[in-house]
Design a protein around this ligand. Structure first.
Ligand SMILES: NC(=O)c1ccc[n+]([C@@H]2O[C@H](COP(=O)([O-])OP(=O)(O)OC[C@H]3O[C@@H](n4cnc5c(N)ncnc54)[C@H](O)[C@@H]3O)[C@@H](O)[C@H]2O)c1
Length: 443
């Protein structure tokens, strides 16, 4: 099938590559000329396991193309997929300017019937706005004769395993009231729907809402667990024991109940805020979601508070080794990463940071540029040298079993502040290192 994808970001690029891999002809269009140019030269702008090879192979085979020529791109696809960003506006609600700009482009350039598919995470009612924008643009051209439909098809990929998630989706949500559109969507996704039925078809508004409800549920689990962790510290309980104890209940399960430094990334923070705003719009007080967000904002400071207390408030002139910059492992994404809050608080207190991350170093450089109080180190060992303490903000696999003796030797003060509970406190104690983690010991 011929498909056009608007927006070559985490969602657009991964989904396009996966759809090309199964044989669809995909044209990807973006307004970022540099990104398109570099993709055409074979440079994949984001890190996702398996993505680079997939993009390069399908590009070489001519199944995926990258362009800034929106007019030609619209003409290519019977399906027009919108995967542009929906960042938070000033008040926290989702800013739809990119989505609606694409709708206008489609209305302006289409010359044959189209099915427009909303992949971006958008508030309930957005597909109706997209429909109205296309209809208005067609009317201005005197081309109301051109048929189109707008369906919702929210994306559930997880950064860090995005390719695998799109290759083997848990579910494919399609929001449409049209049997014809449903049939086209079934054909598009048939290669991913062979093992068992994964497509769940519903009305458009419910599909749009499903995405927010899913992300808010996951964010709630994280904030709940962080609240329990903070309370466990006060009560002298060990949250890691509690986690296993509750996870063993199949109604609760082990997934997504790890205490830590709060959720980050490009989705949970903005989607929780956006749903709170959507609720306000219909005069509904989303009390639970407000608490989820508040807990998360506080959680991002928990490790800094422990460091601050340990060094009795005097951090000026100290140097801290920081392992992990990305908001989670297997990605280079630092959007709303807890590591940023931590670093910025350390800088504000007059401390320096020696940081290492397996993938996010370039991203960190791009965000913060060159500064005297940030040293980006080539290895996790180099980050330790001469530092006053080790701080851990991301649970990369390569951080899980370091040589604790080497850590101890490299640090000026043998102390680890672990925001991800990677280690067994008894093991660390045996190595003569002080250890502070989340929900296990008051510090
Ligand atoms: N990142 C994730 O893990 C994830 C997962 C599921 C859903 N989502 C949702 O998917 C959407 C996209 O997220 P993302 O992380 O891929 O965003 P992103 O910021 O990585 O990419 C968006 C791309 O859209 C491009 N763009 C903006 N306006 C455009 C236009 N008029 N025409 C063509 N391209 C345009 C930008 O230049 C950018 O390259 C968001 O709504 C997000 O909430 C993201």
């Amino acid at each position: 099938m011929n498909l056009t994808v608007f927006g070559i970001g985490y969602v657009g690029l991964v989904q396009a590559a996966v759809l090309a891999e199964v044989g669809h002809q995909v044209v990807c269009v973006d307004v970022d000329e540099k990104k398109v140019e570099r993709l055409n030269q074979g440079f994949v702008p984001i890190f996702e396991p398996g993505l680079e090879a997939l993009v390069k192979e399908n590009h070489a085979a001519g199944r995926i193309k990258f362009t800034t020529d929106a007019a030609a791109a619209v003409k290519h696809g019977g399906i027009q997929m919108i995967a542009v960003g929906t960042p938070p506006g000033e008040d926290g609600s989702a800013d739809l300017k990119y989505v609606l700009a694409v709708a206008e482009t489609i209305g302006r350039e289409m010359d044959s019937p189209k099915i427009v598919v909303g992949k971006s995470t958008v508030p309930v009612g957005t597909c109706e706005k997209v429909k109205a924008k296309i209809a208005e643009t067609l009317k201005a051209r005197g081309r109301q004769d051109l048929a189109f439909d707008v369906a919702s098809n929210p994306e559930f990929l997880k950064e860090g395993s995005a390719v695998a998630d799109c290759m083997k989706p848990d579910r494919i949500i399609v929001g449409t009231n049209s049997e014809d559109t449903e049939a086209v969507m079934r054909e598009l996704y048939a290669p991913f729907n062979r093992n068992h039925e994964k497509m769940i078809v519903m009305d458009v508004r419910s599909a749009e809402f499903t995405k927010y409800a899913a992300n808010c549920m996951l964010a709630t689990k994280i904030s709940f667990m962080n609240e329990m962790a903070n309370l466990a510290e006060q009560l002298g309980a060990d949250i890691e024991e509690v986690r296993k104890g509750i996870g063993s209940d199949p109604r609760i399960g082990y997934h997504f109940i790890y205490p830590g430094l709060g959720y980050g990334g490009s989705c949970f923070p903005k989607d929780v805020r956006a749903l709170i705003k959507t609720a306000e719009g219909v005069k509904f007080d989303a009390k639970l979601l407000r608490a989820v967000e508040e807990r998360n904002n506080e959680q991002k400071s928990v490790l800094f508070d422990k460091v601050h207390r340990y060094f009795k408030g005097s951090l000026k002139g100290k140097t801290f080794a920081l392992w992990g910059l990305a908001f989670k492992p297997n990605t280079d994404d630092m959007r709303e990463a807890p590591a940023r809050v931590l670093m910025e608080a350390l800088w504000k207190a007059g401390a320096k940071v020696q940081a290492y991350d397996p993938e996010a170093m370039q991203e960190c450089q791009a965000i913060y540029g060159l500064r005297d109080d940030l040293l980006l180190c080539g290895t996790k060992e180099a980050a330790l040298r001469g530092a006053d303490a080790l701080l851990i903000a991301t649970e990369w696999k390569s951080f899980r079993a370091p040589s604790f003796d080497a850590v101890k030797d490299a640090l000026t003060t043998p102390v680890i502040f672990d925001g991800r509970n990677l280690y067994d406190p008894k093991v660390i104690a045996r190595h003569g290192i002080e250890y502070f983690s989340i929900g296990r010991m008051a510090a």
